[in-house]
Design a protein around this ligand. Structure first.
Ligand code: SF4
Length: 466
């Protein structure tokens, strides 16, 4: 006998699933209108696009900030920034009008750029504003100087700090020990060897060290090196046969793109790009953009010009900062803005280093691992940024490379596979475990109690170790 089955009543279609992150982005790619800001109301387009005008009007103190923002700056915020400068800040105020213009002036308390360029006392954690193990020069770069300003930390790579100033100062600067002006909390380390002697010593070291193939030319920020001097230094680097990769480090590409759009700067960059290409050397520029709001047409124009003239790449090395970009949405928006509008490769996001008073910006390793997980798969693999932890005495490690992790005390342990420049005689260097620390307020109560018992109150609240 044949069995007759009744067809099932078709189910209603499942509701459309929604991607956790939506692309294309809804945000626009426009230069914000600077005339909305009281201090810039009468500034012409040609002045705004002039590097000289931007430098002359760069804000250096609270008085100038008040003059620029007028009634847009809440009085309570101004007072809090002033208190922070007196009691906590490790960098002085320095911010270009171009950067001010990328802030949300309707909500300066909550604005991501304001939160790291103009830190306020009330932004900081009320109990744990400092980690007991934070230190000046937390990466020990000066300890690894081969000549003054030349850090040899990795086997084949060096960092050349040409100068100690920038066109802008970031509150979380990892080189707060050396970079910028003295502030009430910090007397900065000063170079003692005069330039150009210092630069000559760097070049001599590189000529006689064939194991080095990769030079990061930094500072500070190379946008503050007079262009003829920068061209001469980089050109001499290009004459060293073992140097195969040169990366110019400049947050100024974002902070003051007008600098890079000047004819004399572009002409020098073009000559360097041509020479690099002829010598089979990869010349790239590494910038530092932390939030999608900072990707504007002027940045896009400057980055594209560098690519047009033969730079191998323009790459972004952002810093992962709570309240600025530490959500998967923030990181993806920034990465897509960089890729789609400026052809800048989203290369790294560094975890914020363990410098003094940086706790409210820092995220825990487990948070960074979750963020790395959540941003995978949206962009091409080559353009998916890696979130890295720069572990003292180790160097960059992908956040999933942690060897052991005590979540209760927030201590992660890392290993390495090379000796830094100061460990060439140390037989144990590759067998040790190196520590990194989560912010204490991310720990369970038992972990916080352990730290309270093992660190003094002054270290927890406020301390700048030599
Ligand atoms: S631009 Fe770089 S070196 Fe200069 S203050 Fe900012 S983070 Fe520090």
């Amino acid at each position: 006998m044949q069995t007759v089955t009744t067809p099932e009543t078709p189910k209603a279609p499942a509701p459309a699933a929604v991607q956790p992150f939506k692309y294309p982005l809804e945000r626009q790619f426009v230069e914000p209108d600077w005339t909305r800001i009281p201090g810039y109301r009468d500034v012409s387009k040609s002045d705004w696009e002039s590097a000289l005008w931007q430098r002359r009007h760069t804000i250096k103190n609270l008085k100038e900030l008040r003059a620029a923002l007028g009634a847009l700056l809440p009085e309570a915020l101004a007072t809090s920034i002033e208190r922070d400068q007196r009691e906590k800040a490790t960098m002085s105020i320095l911010i270009t009008p171009h950067m001010v213009n990328t802030m949300n002036t309707d909500d300066l308390w909550g604005d991501p750029l304001r939160r790291y360029m103009l830190p306020a006392f009330d932004d900081r954690h009320p109990v744990y504003s400092n980690h007991p193990r934070a230190s000046r020069d937390s990466l020990h770069e000066a300890e690894m100087w081969k000549v003054e300003g030349l850090t040899h930390r990795y086997p084949t790579k060096v960092l050349a700090e040409l100068l100690s100033t920038c066109p802008q100062y970031c509150g979380h600067c990892t080189r707060m020990d050396l970079v910028g002006n003295d502030v009430p909390q910090v007397d900065k380390l000063k170079f003692t060897v005069a330039q150009p002697e210092r630069w000559t010593q760097m070049l001599d070291y590189l000529r006689k060290t064939p194991t080095v193939r990769d030079v990061v030319v930094s500072g500070g920020d190379v946008a503050n090196v007079p262009i003829a001097q920068l061209e001469s230094f980089v050109s001499q680097l290009l004459d060293i046969p073992n140097v195969r990769d040169i990366r110019l480090a400049s947050k100024g590409l974002m902070g003051i793109p007008q600098h890079y759009l000047q004819d004399n700067v572009m002409a020098a960059m073009e000559r360097l790009a041509r020479k690099a290409f002829e010598r089979n050397v990869d010349l790239a520029l590494h910038t530092h953009v932390n939030n999608a709001n900072q990707v504007t047409p002027l940045l896009g124009k400057a980055a594209r010009r560098l690519l047009e003239m033969g730079f191998r790449d323009v790459r972004n090395q952002g810093v992962l900062l709570r309240g600025v970009n530490a959500t998967s949405r923030d990181l993806l928006e920034l990465s897509f803005m960089l890729l789609d509008h400026a052809r800048i490769l989203p290369y790294y996001f560094y975890m914020c280093d363990m410098i003094p008073n940086s706790e409210h910006w820092r995220v825990a390793v487990w948070e960074a691992q979750k963020l790395q997980h959540d941003i995978m798969g949206y962009m091409p693999g080559f353009a998916t940024p890696r979130i890295v932890c720069d572990v003292p005495y180790v160097g960059k490690r992908w956040v999933h490379q942690v060897a052991e992790y005590d979540r209760e005390k927030g201590i992660s342990y890392w290993t390495k596979n090379y000796r830094t420049g100061i460990e060439l005689q140390d037989p144990e260097a590759l067998n040790k475990r190196y520590e990194f620390f989560d912010p204490l307020y991310t720990l369970p109560e038992s972990g916080q109690q352990w730290w309270r018992a093992n660190a003094n109150t002054e270290q927890l609240a406020h301390s700048i170790h030599a």
